[in-house]
Every structure is written in C-alpha cells, then in structure tokens.
Design a protein. Structure first.
Length: 258
C-alpha cells in the first residue's frame, strides 16, 4: 500500500504570520516538520500557496507543490496535490505544518491504521491526564473525542464530553476517562477526494471542527491512541517551549553517547 505524507503550509496566520519560516535552532519550522515526517514515510510533499515557503522547501531539498490560495482547509490542499500527481497513492497522511516536534511514531501509527483497518479515515487522540486539572480539560482549544467499542469516533467537541451526571464538575476527571483529539489525519485517497468536496455541516460550523463534516456524511473515523503530547506552535511565544524541548533531546543524546 502506497501512503504519502502531505504537509499543508500557509504563510498567512492571524496570530503568527510567516510561521512556517520561523527559525528554530537554525532550521525553519517547515524543515523540521518535513524531516521528521520523512523518518516515517518514503514520500513527503509540502503543499503551499506561497512562493516564499516553496523556495525554502526547495532550498533544503524537499518536495513542494503549489496549490491555490482559495483552498479552505488542509484536507482540500491534500486533495489538490493528489489530483496533480502522475500516480495516485493509496492513502494520504495530512501532517500539521506547525508541529516541529511531531513524533514519527505517531505518523506510523496512522499509517498502520490505514494499512490494516477498514475505516477510510484515521486520526489520533491521547488520554487526558487528570493531573492537568479541569481547566485544561475545559479549554475549547483542546477538542475532545468519544469513541465506540471499535474505536471509531462517535463525536468531536470543544465542550467536555462525556458529561458526568450527579457529580460536581470539579471531580469529573476522576470519574471517567477523557480523550484529547490530536489533529493528524490519514485518508484513503478515494475518500479524500469525496470529503474534500462535501458541503459544510451545521455541527461543523457550530464547533468549527472539520472532522464533524465527515461524521455527518456517514464516514467512519478510526481513532488510534498515542502517548505523545503535541507541541504545536500557534504564536511566537510557543517557539521558546519547542527550543527547550529540543535542547532537552540534545542533552539526552549526548549523555547516551558518553
């Protein structure tokens, strides 16, 4: 089964313009994402609508394709790239361009789900750590997901799901398990082309979560559990945390070499 990775990458960002080109310890963010993705997949392509990003990817020797600035989502950008390829792959993994510390093992987890599972779409979630506290769980910036017995997604929400009846909300995290959605997606190529053309669903517009469009249309989304925490970059201030993590990784490597 041929599975490729596509990294949608836009220059414009309301909170961090030029984010893909931000320097992180001597390498741009897009280069760090690309090189980590290449540890898990043989073929990785950056999909962008900005020549500055395209020039940077070509500079470090990566694959890049230009896509329209009119595309509304990473899913649509992935579908546009597939439509331009000479040979269509069996599946695509949509890799977030603002995750410079993405774990190759997470990409492999989605890849395995596509290779071995029957669901046409795969994604990740992590178990919420009760020690993080209720406020972290309550944050609308951390979408939650609930699954059925076969680990197919039932619903994604920015609200806390499930609700725990007859228990004070401060104690909810001690009475049930919660899962935080991790925005890494894999799609069978035939399904990718279909979902990219779906009209928005009311529940999607209410929650501002694209994956609800797919559930609304009847597509199954398999959820794989990762133990890794994402380290996405939303603002310039987030760079400091990534640098600290990289420095910690480097210290661990040096200590093992001694």
């Amino acid at each position: 089964m041929e599975i490729i990775g596509i990294i949608p990458s836009r220059y414009e960002s309301s909170r961090f313009p030029g984010k893909p080109l931000a320097d992180i310890c001597g390498k741009t963010m897009i280069e760090r994402v690309y090189r980590r993705a290449c540890e898990a997949l043989d073929t990785v392509i950056v999909a962008t609508d900005d020549i500055r990003i395209a020039d940077e990817v070509e500079r470090f020797g990566g694959n890049v394709m230009m896509t329209s600035s009119e595309l509304r989502s990473g899913t649509e950008r992935c579908a546009a790239v597939v439509s331009m390829l000479e040979r269509m792959p069996d599946a695509v993994i949509n890799i977030q361009g603002d995750e410079p510390l993405i774990e190759p093992s997470d990409i492999r987890l989605v890849k395995t789900s596509l290779e071995c599972g029957s669901a046409p779409i795969a994604t990740l979630a992590r178990r919420f750590d009760p020690d993080d506290g209720f406020e972290a769980l309550f944050s609308p910036d951390s979408p939650k997901v609930v699954m059925d017995a076969e680990m197919n997604a039932l619903y994604f929400s920015r609200s806390i799901i499930p609700y725990v009846r007859d228990v004070p909300w401060q104690e909810w995290v001690r009475h049930t398990s919660y899962h935080i959605h991790v925005g890494l997606y894999g799609y069978r190529t035939d399904v990718l082309q279909k979902i990219a053309s779906l009209p928005p669903a009311d529940i999607e517009l209410s929650e501002s979560l694209e994956q609800l469009r797919w559930l609304h249309a009847g597509y199954r989304v398999k959820v794989m559990i990762t133990e890794n925490r994402p380290h996405g970059v939303d603002t310039p201030a987030d760079i400091a945390g990534v640098v600290a993590r990289l420095n910690g990784e480097n210290r661990n490597i040096l200590s093992k070499q001694k």
